[in-house]
Design a protein around this ligand. Structure first.
Ligand code: RIB
Ligand code: CA
Length: 312
């Protein structure tokens, strides 16, 4: 008997976060217990408002916990150049019908873990501030966390600096706490997410499914595509959905298990995910690093997810 994977979804919506949330909601293999928000793509107020609007659009009626207003130590940084002033620019979205929990993110994560019948997977598609704060304040709940499937990092390169990917760079101290926690990690880094490219024919296919959700998703993809084309990409790299798609269809991915540690002090490399690919440290792997993807299968999963939410 296989059970759906219970997850806590932690993110900074964000266009690709929103699509990742949709994949999770649409899948019979996933049971979303709660949503928590973090500051990253935009301020915590904006990412939280966006999370409420996305949950309303996709019919995800679960507790939403507002996260921290800033990283553990670093100064806040946002990405309006990518996701816009709202953090989710582009199509008009419904006003929230899914309210905010009275609990903030970490307290909601803790309550969800305490009440869970089985260990829970944390899906993180933003900076790891909330997850790190949870581990610092509730070490007794580590046993209730089955694994952390995260979008972040990059073995070969960064995207915000030459060495660092945005989610890790926003809060490197949090990432260090998470990667050294001993909890199994699935790392959907740039190595795989920049292969998860979406092209115009893909979002035209989704738009043709018809209905509000299909229209909004197509417009999110088009918005994301136009930005990335403007900076030299040939398609839109769907970063965050990779962290969810692995839980739904791991057969779509190639991976290597590596020991990964976070550089928190480098003058030029702060926020880098340094993977021991030649096994020089003698330290056992702590992360399943996704390194390849069946792009067409990934796009098919996205299209099927939109179809399911739109037309049952
Ligand atoms: O570097 C890509 C990551 O940064 C994605 O999670 C995107 O949403 C932004 O948060
Ligand atoms: Ca994100």
């Amino acid at each position: 008997m296989t059970y759906p994977v219970p997850i806590i979804y932690d993110g900074d919506p964000g266009h690709d976060d929103a699509i990742a949330m949709l994949l999770a909601k649409a899948s019979d293999n996933i049971d979303v217990l709660a949503v928590t928000t973090c500051c990253g793509n935009q301020t915590i107020e904006k990412t939280t408002y966006n999370a409420q609007r996305v949950c309303t659009l996709i019919g995800l009626d679960v507790p939403i916990g507002m996260g921290q207003a800033r990283p553990l130590l670093a100064q806040p940084m946002t990405a309006p150049n990518i996701h816009g002033q709202s953090g989710l620019d582009g199509p008009r979205l419904p006003e929230p019908e899914v309210g905010l929990s009275s609990l903030r993110a970490v307290a909601l994560m803790a309550k969800t873990l305490q009440e869970a019948e089985r260990p829970v997977t944390i899906v993180s598609t933003g900076p790891l501030t909330n997850t790190a704060a949870l581990l610092l304040t509730h070490p007794e709940l580590k046993a209730k966390i089955e694994r952390i499937s995260l979008m972040g990092g990059g073995i070969a390169h960064g995207n915000w600096t030459p060495a660092a990917e945005f989610n890790i760079l926003v809060d490197p101290e949090a990432a260090d706490i998470v990667f050294s926690s001993g909890i199994p990690i699935v790392m959907a880094g740039l190595d795989v997410t920049e292969q998860a490219l979406i092209y115009e024919e893909d979002f035209d296919r989704i738009r043709a499914l018809g209905g509000e959700i299909a229209r909004v998703v197509a417009e999110w993809l088009d918005y994301f595509y136009q930005f990335h084309r403007s900076i030299g990409y040939i398609g839109a790299p769907l970063h965050d959905p990779c962290a969810v798609a692995y839980l739904i269809a791991p057969e779509l991915f190639e991976f290597q298990d590596y020991y990964v540690r976070i550089d928190t002090h480098g003058e030029f490399t702060r926020g880098a995910t340094v993977a021991d690919i030649n096994r020089q440290t003698g330290i056992a792997p702590n992360a399943r690093c996704l390194t390849g993807i069946d792009r067409q299968g990934f796009v098919d999963l996205l299209a099927e997810s939109v179809r399911r939410l739109s037309h049952g």
